[in-house]
Structures are given as structure tokens and as C-alpha cells.
Design a protein around this ligand. Sequence first.
Ligand SMILES: [Zn+2]
Length: 49
Amino acid sequence: MCFRPPSAGKPKKCPDCGALNPSVVKNCVKCKADLSAVKTEEKAEDSSQ
Ligand SMILES: [Zn+2]
């Protein structure tokens, strides 16, 4: 199952450690790096190819 709440948004990838953080967090959950300037991960996972 790939259910994803629409309000969750896209995860942010930490530029420091590469961890995926919820779009709502301001700092990386792993290394506490500032994620305010990080763009959300944009992946086209809807590829039918
Ligand atoms: Zn991090």
C-alpha cells in the first residue's frame, strides 16, 4: 500500500546527511541541519513508462 495523506506534503532531503524529513520539520531529524532553505524532494513516481 502506498497511501499518503495529502496534507503531509513531500519530504525534504537533508543536504547534510541525506535523511528524508517530513515537510513540516524545520530541522533535520537526524543531524538537526537547517532545512528551511531545502526544496522538497521532487520525484516523478507516477511513471507509467
Ligand atoms: Zn540531516
